[in-house]
Design a protein around this ligand. Structure first.
Ligand SMILES: [Mg+2]
Length: 351
């Protein structure tokens, strides 16, 4: 058999088939976890949620030039970030990951060992293999098997990720449950990803190699941007204890995502500027408006006793939920000098 028929009726080439079988071989290693009955190889994957569980499904599209840049990001970081976005959405719902599905559209040179675009040096391994290194390392860390996907040649590099998780029926953390009088919390630190991205942009402007090599001393500074850690354990902890009344993950920045939570819950919020856990490398603006920190933002009743950290990640009280009033801003930032409206300045990625 020289190739298999795809749904579009085109026959796959030998190179594409070889890559698919390699992806399958690598994906199988991580596939012995709960919830996935049958992974890559048949026409569909089979998922078997336990009685009393419901499925949580999220999809994220990553496109060269919008969500990553081939000339800025190492392939391992692009793979990690593509999966991290989806895992973070599961974390925000308090769901346990069950399976990931990956569809790739890639220029041919990214699938061959000698390839590389614009002088990109990928060594003896193809770009796509290094992309999978990053993606599968994070998948393994969160026991999330790659259970299927698709592959096609494309002039633009595109990675589409679908993640499936499970959560006990009726127990998912929603954006809509916050009530006036409750307190507002965030995990980890804010602004580190935006600060890391700014540094990466500088580096890309200076370095001739494409993408730039990351010097050892800059690794820690760039890590929040290149290798964000989805808060799966923290989301599960909050869901199991029933402590959070509403939650979401910070993908677009606090000012934007808190506005989403307020809108869905029909409430307003006050944020204490002095309480914000600003990342040591970040500015206040980056902490408020920088995207892609992938921390959890959640609310809990004032009587709830929350620990200082959950599974090794700090939990910080940053404000409170108040009644929404017509003509009043949804979010107020309180500083020592004044109280001012906090405008949603959604993060524009690379546009
Ligand atoms: Mg989200």
């Amino acid at each position: 058999v020289r190739g298999t028929q795809t749904h579009s009726g085109k026959t796959r080439g030998d190179g594409e088939l070889a890559l698919l079988s390699e992806i399958r071989a690598r994906a199988v290693r991580g596939s012995r976890h709960g919830g996935l009955r049958l992974g890559i190889g048949d026409d569909c994957a089979l998922l078997a949620p336990r009685r009393g569980e419901e499925l949580a499904v999220t999809t994220d599209l990553s496109i060269d030039g919008r969500h990553f840049r081939l000339d800025w990001h190492q392939p391992e970081a692009i793979g990690h970030r593509a999966l991290a976005r989806g895992l973070s959405d599961l974390a925000a719902m308090g769901a346990r990951p069950v399976a990931a599905f990956l569809s790739l559209g890639l220029p041919r040179e990214l699938t061959t060992a000698s390839g590389g675009r614009g002088g990109q040096r990928t060594g003896s391994r193809a770009w796509v293999q290094r992309f999978l290194d990053g993606l599968l390392a994070l998948a393994e860390a969160h026991q999330t098997p790659l259970a299927g996907g698709d592959l096609a040649e494309s002039s633009l590099a595109v990675a589409d990720i679908v993640l499936v998780g499970v959560v006990p029926r009726g127990r998912a953390l929603l954006r809509s449950g916050a009530q006036p009088g409750e307190l507002l919390y965030v995990t980890g630190a804010l602004g580190g990803a935006a600060a890391g991205l700014a540094r990466l942009a500088e580096l890309a402007g200076l370095d001739r190699s494409n993408p730039p090599r990351i010097p050892k001393k800059l690794e820690a500074l760039l890590a929040p941007h290149l290798y964000p850690q989805p808060r799966i354990a923290q989301g599960l902890w909050l869901q199991r204890r029933g402590l959070a009344s509403a939650a979401l993950d910070l993908s677009d920045g606090l000012s934007t995502d808190l506005a989403h939570l307020c809108a869905e819950s029909g409430v307003a919020a006050e944020v204490d500027a002095s309480a914000l856990p600003i990342h040591p490398t970040a500015t206040l603006a980056q902490a408020l408006d920088g995207g892609e920190d992938y921390e959890l933002l959640f609310t809990a009743p004032a009587t709830a006793r929350l620990p200082r950290s959950i599974a090794g990640v700090a939990v910080t009280k940053i404000g409170r939920i108040v009644k929404a009033r017509r003509g009043q801003p949804a979010i107020t930032l309180i500083t020592e000098q004044a109280a001012q409206p906090l405008k949603a300045r959604g993060w524009e990625h690379f546009s």
